[in-house]
Design a protein around this ligand. Structure first.
Ligand code: ATP
Length: 337
């Protein structure tokens, strides 16, 4: 089984080829980088229109060159998988249109993938874990997922913004370019602790109060390095606390990390140390699989295609608010990929 994945939920135009036999994943990505401010949906969609054909061509070219098991008249992949949501509607529409056209041209099935379930599944796949809890710490989302009764249930989630978007709002206030997370990480290295609000309610967390307090602290003259350090300590401790509670609640001893904020070394350190203390195993996929990428779409697409979980073009509408718990998990019993 060889699958082409296409991703473009927000900022990253990406195509990938996953070969299940060798477990090799080739990813070609082209990020949208706003001149100023955050991600503008129309500009991001224009970027998708421009970049998606290019990245697909490169990925398909790779499949044709790398694998010589098929004739020139055979399709180089067995299915086309695409991110159906959640994400920005204008971007999702461009990506879905490209995926549908490609699947029909190649004469292969189409697979509609939930982007957040893909963030989880790539960690489970790479770690070889059976049934982990997943902390998805991404730009537009922040939640804990656990498998129960055929679906990935949302055990805890943000009550306002995604964790990366919250960090990006602070850095925009400071005047730094998008994305802000890596700049916070770099400046935190020279910072000291200052107190900010810490908001965990049961299994949920909130970031809006802490971001307002961080902006106020910066405006009041607290060194930006200290604010960055404190932001990381507070926000990541909140995520780690709820991740630990999710492990405890489910009785699971496997944790995987997903999403672009997962590239942060301090977050990984906190999660690893929490897991070590309770005797749980922790896996953070390599950075290319944490930030938005089509590799995770291709891998989950292959699992779904192997389970016969494909979608007719007529039923393949995008869903900007597609929640992970809306997805019947068809691929885990009798898993062959
Ligand atoms: P989603 O997957 O929910 O659609 P997204 O499309 O915004 O989110 P991701 O690639 O998962 O994309 O995450 C991007 C976010 O990751 C941005 O908010 C960015 O600031 C943040 N980020 C990237 N690197 C780091 C880092 N080293 N530390 C903290 N945050 C980071």
């Amino acid at each position: 089984m060889r699958v082409l994945g296409v991703e473009g939920t927000a900022w990253c135009a990406s195509a990938a080829v996953f070969d299940a036999e060798t477990d090799a994943v080739f990813i070609e990505s082209d990020p949208y980088e706003p001149d100023s401010g955050g991600i503008h949906p129309r500009e991001a969609a224009e970027h998708m229109g421009d970049a998606i054909p290019r990245v697909i061509e490169t990925a398909l070219g790779h499949a044709r060159e790398e694998y010589d098991d098929r004739g020139d008249d055979e399709p180089p992949v067995d299915a086309v998988a695409f991110s159906r949501g959640p994400g920005l509607g204008p971007c999702l529409r461009v990506v879905a249109t490209a995926a549908r056209a490609l699947a029909q041209t190649l004469g292969v099935p189409l697979v509609g993938v939930n982007h957040m379930v893909a963030h989880l599944e790539i960690g489970r796949h790479r770690a070889g874990f059976d049934s982990p809890v997943c902390l998805n710490a991404s730009g537009a989302n922040a939640h804990l997922l656990g498998f129960h009764d055929g679906r990935y249930r949302v055990l805890g989630e943000t009550m306002d913004t995604g964790v990366g978007n919250a960090l990006d709002k602070f850095t925009r206030h400071v005047g730094w370019s998008h994305p802000g997370g890596p700049k916070i990480e770099a400046h935190a290295a020279d910072g000291e602790f200052v107190e900010l609000p810490y908001v965990v309610k049961g299994m949920d967390f909130s970031f809006s109060g802490i971001m307002s307090a961080a902006k106020d602290a910066y405006d009041d003259g607290v060194p930006v390095e200290d604010v960055c350090f404190a932001l990381q300590e507070h926000v990541f401790a909140m995520l780690t606390e709820v991740a630990e509670r999710a492990l405890s609640l489910t009785g699971t001893d496997e944790l995987v990390l997903g999403g672009g904020v997962g590239q942060n070394a301090r977050l990984r350190e906190m999660l690893a140390s929490m897991c070590e203390e309770r005797g749980a195993r922790f896996h953070a996929p390599e950075p290319r699989f944490l930030r938005d990428n089509a590799g995770m779409i291709a891998v989950l697409g292959a699992k779904m295609a192997a389970a016969g979980d494909t979608v007719a073009v007529a039923d393949s509408a995008i869903d900007p608010d597609f929640r992970p718990d809306q997805v019947p998990v068809t691929w885990r019993s009798g898993e062959s990929v």
